[in-house]
Design a protein around this ligand. Sequence first.
Ligand code: PEP
Ligand code: MN
Length: 324
Amino acid sequence: MIYNFGLDSPAFTEFVKILSDRQCDYEVIRRDKIVVRLFGQVDDSLRQHLDRISERPGKLVIKHEGEAPRSEEMNLSGKKMIIAGPCAIESEEQIDEIARFLSHLGIRYLRGGAFKPRTNCESFQGLGRTGLRLMADTAARHGMKVVTEMMDRSQLDDVAEHADIIQVGSRNMFNYSLLTALGAVDKPVLLKRGMAATIDEWVHAADYIRRGGNENIILCERGIRTFEPRTRFTLDILAIPLAKRLTGLPVIADVSHAAGDRSLVPPLIRAALAGGADGIMVEVHPDPDQALSDGRQSLTLEGFETLYHELADARLLERSAGMP
Ligand code: PEP
Ligand code: MN
């Protein structure tokens, strides 16, 4: 069970006293608010007692049958959220070139990993904290917002300091300690679907964050593993309207990691937007053949620009105010 309290909450003191009196084991995560995670068996009377004291019992994400749709947590005001950038931050020059290009197109969200979840431990692991600083400085220079992945709870303070949106990667969707900790942060969380997660498991993962008191969650469908080896993953288009219906949360689609091949990115973006995605995430690189990760699926900057205009012409997304 997970509860949350304000930082100066008197209810928290009372709550913890009850847990200590009952010799319950628990964990406290303190950041923008306090999250308490309880271990052990909690009987009905204790549960009711704790629920009474808790000032902000987190709402569950899953809606009940017949419940009216919730208002969207993130106010996208009908605009599609476009998140673009490299797979990984590689150097100051690389991220600056990309941010300059994207910001001139009117794109507001810059993606890029500083902590990379690589399948092979010999592969480039990202620039770490140096990468976070580079990304935050570059985004600020170009008036953009940072979307970057947090892989481990130990990175919480660093990532929360530099990111505007904290990404939970596909491999970490089942990391319940990480999800619990993200409840304590007052920043939006982009929760990717696990590559082998059902829609319900994905929605339950969002509940961990929400129960901790962070309601700013954006879901991201990024493809699941199926029996089809010709594509990297299978983008589950139906999961987009379904997850929206089940949670009322915005759902975006990361087309790059599903496609695995840049030539498949344009049709997949069209399909995701036509399927009701509230936005898209796409990997771009000035020189994909030299990229340190995921070059094959990254669009060139010019390729992205052409596609962006085509999507706007087809009214699948609107041109931003900053467009030339
Ligand atoms: C990424 O977006 O950089 C990434 C690693 O994606 P995923 O977690 O979906 O594999
Ligand atoms: Mn990638």
